[in-house]
Design a protein around this ligand. Structure first.
Ligand SMILES: [Zn+2]
Length: 322
């Protein structure tokens, strides 16, 4: 339990690889597009920047290009914390009974200063297995529905972080998300780089998107994901003030960069862990092409299910982690 909780805390804190600049390649790549569109007007949501290095379809892209840091310590060392209390307990001789020292040692029990937090074993087990699939930048008139078709085929619920200006264009796609039980999160109105906005602009981006989603579904989203995973202290504070939960990701399939299916699977297998949040897209992508995402998605779902994971919405995953 402690291990999982620690993992989530770090996911949302400054240590998070998502927000610490570890994935700056993503932000900067896509931020170039953003800057081309100007700050005050409403730019198109995602226009992929030209990639200097075309990716081979047959090879897994090199991990080191975007992840120069070695993987952070994985939060999968339950034995450390669990055994800590026991190893510290040692026999304490009873000074009042010197004649029977051996007998006195046994009944003396060292009091446990920190009683363990009670967690139902089943809940703990479930937490270990949860993974959320997330799809950013939609809705659109093509890929978002195709993604939902695949999710429906596997009876899996996903999470869509939608861009407000797209939500206005495709309200029926948003309505389908709701009708089929997917989570819908706020991903700004025009896919802006949040740290570059004033507080007023940030609030406007979030509010206008909330309105677009509410117009389509009748509900206001509680989840927020920052475009490019770019969030500083001011962004976090503003998002929190607006009663939203900032949602990072722990697995970047890099589908936005035109990554091959094999490459996406490679990222998934390397980075997935219990409580993981997988980043994919349902609009945008390299040259507007997300066909690899559609091809990889069934394989991703099957891989996760075959490895004992339960696919849930982000809301369910976060609720289970408490
Ligand atoms: Zn995005």
């Amino acid at each position: 339990m402690a291990v999982i909780t620690v993992f989530m805390i770090t996911s949302f804190a400054e240590k998070s690889p998502v927000f610490s600049g570890k994935n700056n390649a993503i932000s900067e790549d896509q931020a170039k597009n953003l800057n081309n569109s100007g700050n005050n007007s409403i730019p198109p949501p995602v226009k992929p920047a030209p990639e200097p290095k075309p990716e081979s379809e047959s090879s897994v892209e090199p991990e080191n290009v975007t992840k120069p840091d070695p993987p952070d310590a994985k939060p999968e060392t339950p034995t450390e914390t669990e055994s800590q209390g026991e190893t510290e307990s040692k026999p304490v001789p009873d000074p009042t009974d010197k004649s029977e020292l051996e007998n006195a040692v046994i009944p003396v029990k060292k009091p446990d200063p920190k009683p363990p937090v009670p967690v139902h074993p089943q809940v703990q087990e479930d937490r270990k297995k949860f993974v959320a699939l997330t799809f950013d930048d939609g809705p659109d008139g093509k890929y978002t529905s195709a993604v939902m078709d695949i999710l429906d085929e596997y009876k899996v619920k996903g999470t869509f972080f939608v861009v407000g200006q797209q939500a206005i264009k495709f309200p029926e796609v948003i309505q389908r998300m709701k009708n089929e039980g997917h989570s819908i999160g706020n991903h700004t109105f025009s896919h802006v780089n949040m740290p570059k906005q004033s507080i007023e602009e940030m609030k406007e981006q979030i509010t206008k998107t909330d309105e677009a989603i509410k117009d389509a579904t009748g509900e206001t989203p509680t989840l927020f994901r920052a475009p490019y995973g770019s969030a500083n202290a001011q962004v976090k504070e503003t998002v929190s003030q607006m009663s939203k939960t900032l949602v990072p990701w722990s697995v970047d399939t890099r589908d936005w960069a035109g990554t091959s299916v094999a490459g996406m699977m490679g990222h998934l297998k390397k980075e997935i862990s219990p409580g993981g949040i997988v980043l994919m897209h349902s609009f945008g992508g390299k040259n507007g092409d997300l066909n690899n995402t559609l091809q990889a998605l069934p394989l991703i779902i099957e891989y996760l299910q075959n490895n004992g994971y339960t696919l849930v919405t982000t809301e369910v995953l976060l609720a289970a982690k408490g």
